[in-house]
Design a binder for this molecule. Structure first.
Ligand code: A3P
Length: 281
């Protein structure tokens, strides 16, 4: 655990010297040796950057169905160490993880696994991450106020460290491994034009979709549609994944000083493909 300035506990664990969610160590350890199939797709991204949204969009594209699945991203989340359950997932599997590249399955490079990386502006991400913990109150992971959370977030005292280190690492990976097959998807782009992004993802996966299917997927993946489908899953954890779904909500939470602190930290991403994230639409 780590503690904020007022002594509120934030439950995390350390794995190989890095902060991660307090799941069993097994999942983190086994992930590296996971046997990949040739047609696996792996969805990555810092928490709260739209990973469930993208997971559903990608899943609908590969199934060629305009309906939200009954299983949800949790069923393929590598951190959970699902072991044999992974074998039962029909191909193509849409796997997911928030881990840094060096901890992901070794076979990615050999299998040329298609990777999809989500990113969202770090201010909305901070707000969403805080509210994720508020909503998961029952799990008692953290219950401090936003201003304390913000400190932890900027200091990397949260699961998966800082947003800035996370995307700096991915940029290094992309630059140093030109053979990787990777598509970056921005939350703000999904909000701006979901059908366009669905087509972009389908092109990347070399799957052809007719216009009607693109429209159906966009409708099913709308905020209200997804929220309803997830609430039907009856797992309280899923409720936390649909709060506001907006770009720019950070303005309702941030002080000027906090905003400036993020702008300053963004300098670490200058010269990377993540340097121009959008804060409004
Ligand atoms: P907010 O907390 O800002 O509302 P993740 O899936 O990576 O945990 O990200 C969760 C964030 O994505 C939440 O942001 C959630 O509301 C938003 N989200 C989930 N589905 C969405 C959708 N269909 N459209 C827009 N935003 C969505």
């Amino acid at each position: 655990s780590v503690f904020d300035v007022d002594g509120h506990e934030h439950k995390v664990r350390s794995y190989d010297g890095k902060l991660v969610p307090p799941f069993e160590e097994k999942g983190y350890r086994e992930m590296r040796d996971l046997q990949l199939r040739d047609d696996d797709i792996l969805l990555c991204g810092y928490p709260k950057t739209g990973t469930h949204w993208t997971w559903e969009v990608v899943s609908m594209i590969v199934r060629k169905e305009g309906e939200i699945s009954k299983v949800g991203k949790k069923s393929t989340f590598l951190e959970l160490g699902l072991g044999k359950l992974m074998d039962g997932i029909p191909s193509p599997r849409v796997l997911s993880s928030h881990m840094w590249f060096d901890y992901l399955p070794k076979q990615i490079s050999d299998k040329k696994t298609k990777l999809i990386l989500t990113v969202r502006n770090p201010k909305d991400t901070a707000v969403s991450y805080h509210n994720h913990h508020v909503a998961l109150k029952a799990l008692q992971l953290y219950d401090g106020p936003f201003k304390n959370w913000f400190q932890l977030y900027m200091d990397g005292q949260v699961e998966y460290g800082t947003f800035f280190d996370y995307y700096k690492d991915w940029d290094n990976v992309i630059k140093s491994k030109p053979d990787l097959s990777i598509l970056v998807v921005n939350y703000e782009d999904l909000k701006e034009d979901l059908p366009r992004e669905i087509r972009k993802i389908a092109d990347f996966l070399q799957i052809s979709l007719d216009d009607q299917l693109v429209e159906d997927i966009a409708k099913a993946a709308g905020f209200e549609g997804m929220k309803k489908a997830y609430l039907d899953l009856k797992n309280f954890i899923f409720k936390t994944f649909f709060r506001k779904g907006d770009v720019g909500d950070w303005k309702n939470w941030f002080t000027v000083a906090q905003s400036e602190r993020v702008d300053e930290a963004m300098k670490a991403l200058q010269g990377t493909r993540f340097q121009n994230l959008r804060y409004t639409l």
